[in-house]
Design a protein around this ligand. Structure first.
Ligand SMILES: *Cc1c(COP(=O)(O)O)cnc(C)c1O
Length: 404
C-alpha cells in the first residue's frame, strides 16, 4: 500500500516537535489486529500496544463501528449537559466493579489528579490537617505536577520545583514501613496493584491486605492506580479482583479506550459526595465519542472467553521468554500478571533492556522497556496464535543476533 504521508518522516520530528520524546526510527502508518506497518510497508508484530493501551489490537471491528457510528451522531457537548454514551459506560463500570460513582477524564494522569484531589478534600473535610498522602518508590501516576509528585521517581520532578507537599514515599511491599508511617493525618495510600513503569513488580497479597487494613484503621482512602493494570490486562477486569482487596478509589485509563484517549475515576457514593458541584471538572471528560468507544471495549473485554485467553497467552509467552533468557543469558525468570510481563535483565545485561527493544524493531517486533533493566511485553489481549508465535520468533532472532 502506498503511503500518502511520505513527505514527512522521522527526521521531521526533530525539526518541529518539542524534544521531550525520542521516538523510534520508523513511522507506523496503519495497523490491523496485532500487526502494524511503517512508511516502507515493513510489518511489525505489536507486543507493546502503544504502552499497554490497545487491548483489542488495532482497528478492532467493534471499536471501529462504535467510533464511526458515534462520529456520525455527536462528538462533544461538555458537561453542561450529559450524554447517552457516558451514562451507559458509567452504568456498566458500576455494574462490573465495586464502584457506585464515576468521574470521566481524558487520560490516566487526569484520572489520578481527580483521585488525589478527592482524597485531599475527603481528609481536609473530615479532620484538620488530615491531608498527607502515602505512595511508593518507583510508582508512576502520570505527568501532571501533582501526579509526578505522588509518583515515586525523583527524575520526574527534578527541575519542576516547587512541587506539592504533604507526600511521603515508602518502599513498596514493605508492611512495617507502611505501619510506621501511616497515621490519622493520612488521607490516602496510593498504589499500583502491580507497578508498571517501575519494572513490572506485583504487590504481594500480604502487602495489599495490610494496606487495606491500615487504611481502615486510620480512616484513609486506599487508591488503586489501575491505569495500566485495568481493562483485562492482568486476566481480571481489574487487578484488585485478583488480589481480593477492594480499594476506595480506582483509576483506569490506557486500556479503557482501546487507543481512544479516555480515563475514569471510580469510587463509592459516600466518597464521591466529597466532590460536590463545582469542586472539580473537565471540558472533554465524558465526551460521547470516547465513551462510545470505551463502552465497546468494556463489552468486549468483559467476555469471560477474552479474560481466560489472557492467561493462556501469558503462559505461552512466559515459557518462551524464560527459555530465551536461559539460552542466551540475557534476562532472568519473567514476572508480572496476565499480559503485563517483565523480563528482568541478567547481571551481564544490566541497563541494556533498550538494546533488545531496538534489535526487535530491526527484526519486526515491537517490545517495550519498563526502566533500563526490564524488557516489557504487553500485547493485545486477543493477539492470535500465529502473530504471537511469529513475534516470539522474531524476538528470539533479535536476541540471538545481539548475542552472536
Ligand atoms: C500510564 C500511566 C499513568 C499515566 O497515564 P497518562 O494517560 O499518560 O496520563 C498513570 N498511572 C499508571 C500506573 C500508568 O501506567
Amino acid at each position: 500500500m502506498s503511503s500518502p504521508s511520505t513527505s514527512v518522516s522521522r527526521s521531521t520530528f526533530d525539526e518541529v516537535m518539542v524534544p521531550n520524546y525520542v521516538p523510534g526510527a520508523i513511522v507506523p502508518v496503519r495497523g490491523q489486529g496485532s500487526r502494524i506497518w511503517d512508511q516502507d510497508d515493513k510489518e511489525y508484530i505489536d507486543f507493546a500496544c502503544g504502552i499497554a493501551v490497545t487491548v483489542l489490537g488495532h482497528c478492532h471491528p467493534k471499536l471501529v463501528a462504535a467510533l464511526t457510528e458515534q462520529g456520525n451522531k455527536l462528538w462533544h457537548l461538555s458537561n453542561v449537559v450529559t450524554n447517552e454514551p457516558a451514562l451507559r459506560l458509567a452504568s456498566k463500570l458500576t455494574e462490573k466493579t465495586f464502584a457506585e460513582r464515576v468521574f470521566f477524564a481524558n487520560s490516566g494522569g487526569e484520572a489520578n489528579e481527580a483521585a488525589f484531589k478527592l482524597a485531599r478534600r475527603y481528609g481536609n473535610t473530615r479532620a484538620e490537617g488530615k491531608n498527607e498522602i502515602i505512595s511508593f518508590h518507583n510508582a508512576f501516576h502520570g505527568r501532571t505536577l501533582f501526579t509526578v509528585s505522588v509518583g515515586g521517581q525523583a527524575k520526574y520532578t527534578q527541575g519542576f520545583e516547587p512541587i506539592p507537599g504533604g507526600i511521603t514515599h515508602l518502599p513498596f511491599n514493605d508492611v512495617a514501613a507502611l505501619e510506621a508511617a501511616i497515621s490519622d493525618k493520612t488521607c490516602a495510600v496510593v498504589m499500583e496493584p502491580l507497578q508498571g513503569e517501575g519494572g513490572i513488580l506485583p504487590a504481594t497479597a500480604e502487602f495489599a491486605r495490610a494496606a487495606r487494613e491500615l487504611c481502615n484503621k486510620h480512616d484513609a482512602l486506599l487508591v488503586y492506580d489501575e491505569v495500566q493494570t485495568g481493562m483485562g490486562r492482568t486476566g481480571e477486569l481489574y487487578a484488585y479482583m485478583g488480589l481480593g482487596v477492594t480499594p476506595d478509589i480506582l483509576t483506569t485509563a490506557k486500556g479503557l479506550g482501546g487507543g481512544f484517549p479516555i480515563g475514569a475515576m471510580l469510587t463509592t457514593k459516600a466518597i464521591a459526595d466529597y466532590l460536590p458541584f463545582g469542586t472539580h471538572g473537565s471540558t472533554y471528560g465524558g465526551n460521547p465519542l470516547g465513551c462510545a468507544v470505551a463502552e465497546a471495549v468494556l463489552d468486549t473485554v468483559s467476555d469471560p472467553a477474552v479474560l481466560e485467553g489472557v492467561q493462556v497467552r501469558a503462559e505461552k509467552i512466559r515459557a518462551r521468554l524464560d527459555a530465551i533468557g536461559e539460552r542466551y543469558g540475557v534476562f532472568g525468570p519473567t514476572r508480572g500478571l496476565g499480559l503485563l510481563i517483565g523480563a528482568p535483565m541478567s547481571e551481564a545485561w544490566k541497563g541494556r533492556a533498550k538494546e533488545i527493544v531496538n534489535a526487535g524493531w530491526k527484526h519486526g517486533v515491537w517490545c517495550l522497556v519498563a526502566g533500563p533493566d526490564v524488557l516489557r511485553i504487553a500485547p493485545s489481549l486477543i493477539i492470535p496464535e500465529a502473530e504471537l508465535e511469529l513475534g516470539l520468533e522474531r524476538l528470539e532472532a533479535a536476541v540471538a543476533e545481539l548475542c552472536a
